[in-house]
Write a new protein. Structure first.
Length: 303
């Protein structure tokens, strides 16, 4: 008499397993690119992978080699294994912690993270705290950061300008010459210098800093962080109002707006790790500044 197997479901075929892997890789490349605010053309230029082939990779159709993964990992400044797995190689303690954390609710994870790495309690700028305003271009970081620093009698630092001073060239040239790896190394070095020399400061980092896990963790641990949030259309309108960002045709405007949507979608879960969120979409400068100043008071309650 023949015995029945406990699980009659067929094992995945080689092709289906490959399709699953390529699909996972496609999603990871799209997310990593969006988190860094890179267009497909920019990633192609920095990696040496052609735009059509990169489109195939992001569509889950590319026959990806180890050499190609290496090119993308360098251009995006992430370890190669990050394309294939959401977790790096772990020691035994870390493995057990990861298994424990996987079983926790989102609310519990947020509480544990705040206990481990976030600013333990914001006591106001008079007690030597640092503030970092985080968000996409057009959220109001430069305008509100300068005004908040003046109100608090603290220095205001725009991180991109500090990186330019450190490198001696424009921020765009830093990325072109040194790639994401060199750019992120300079970014980290500048933040560490700010921490060493400025016990009180208002900082405006680039919006893509949240995509660099180690640097973002340092920022969350040593600064009181505020996500200056705005609707994609508001971001777009504010950027368009700046002289260096005029987009002539409706097709290009639509593409730029879609790019903002993709960046916000890819970064939202990272931006939400900040200590506080301020939606500036429907606020004028004075209203937004008033809220930020209120949060700097010793007894301020952050929601």
């Amino acid at each position: 008499m023949a015995t029945k197997t406990r699980d009659a479901s067929p094992l995945p075929t080689t092709k289906s397993a490959q399709d699953t892997l390529l699909g996972h890789l496609a999603r990871r490349v799209r997310i990593l690119r969006a988190q860094r605010g890179m267009t497909r053309k920019q990633l192609a230029e920095q990696s040496g992978v052609s735009v059509p082939y990169l489109a195939r990779v992001e569509g889950g159709e590319g026959n990806v080699s180890v050499a190609l993964l290496h090119k993308l990992s360098v251009a995006l400044n992430v370890p190669m294994q990050d394309f294939l797995s959401d977790a790096a190689a772990q020691n035994a303690d870390l493995t057990m912690l990861v298994q424990f954390l996987k079983q926790q609710s989102p609310a519990t994870l947020a509480r544990l993270r705040q206990q481990l790495i976030s600013t333990p309690g914001f006591s106001g700028m008079g007690h030597g705290d640092r503030i970092a305003l985080i968000g996409l271009r057009g959220a109001g970081k430069s305008t509100l950061g300068a005004l908040l620093a003046a109100q608090l009698d603290a220095p205001f630092v725009e991180l991109d300008k500090l990186i330019e001073q450190e490198a001696g060239i424009a921020i765009g040239e830093v990325i072109t010459l040194y790639g994401q790896t060199g750019m992120r190394r300079l970014e980290r070095r500048c933040i560490e210098r700010i921490i060493d020399t400025h016990p009180r400061v208002v900082l405006a980092p680039g919006g893509s800093i949240v995509a660099e896990a180690a640097t973002y963790e340092l920022l969350l641990r040593t600064f009181f962080t505020v996500w200056l949030k705005a609707r994609p259309e508001v971001h777009f309108a504010r950027v368009m109002a700046q002289n260096d960002a005029r987009i002539a045709t409706s097709a290009l405007q639509r593409e730029a707006l879609e790019h903002i949507h993709r960046m916000l979608d890819a970064r939202e879960n990272l931006y939400q790790l900040t200590n506080a969120t301020l939606d500036t979409s429907d606020l004028n400068v004075d209203e937004a500044l008033q809220q930020l100043v209120a949060w700097t008071q010793p007894a301020a309650a952050i929601s």
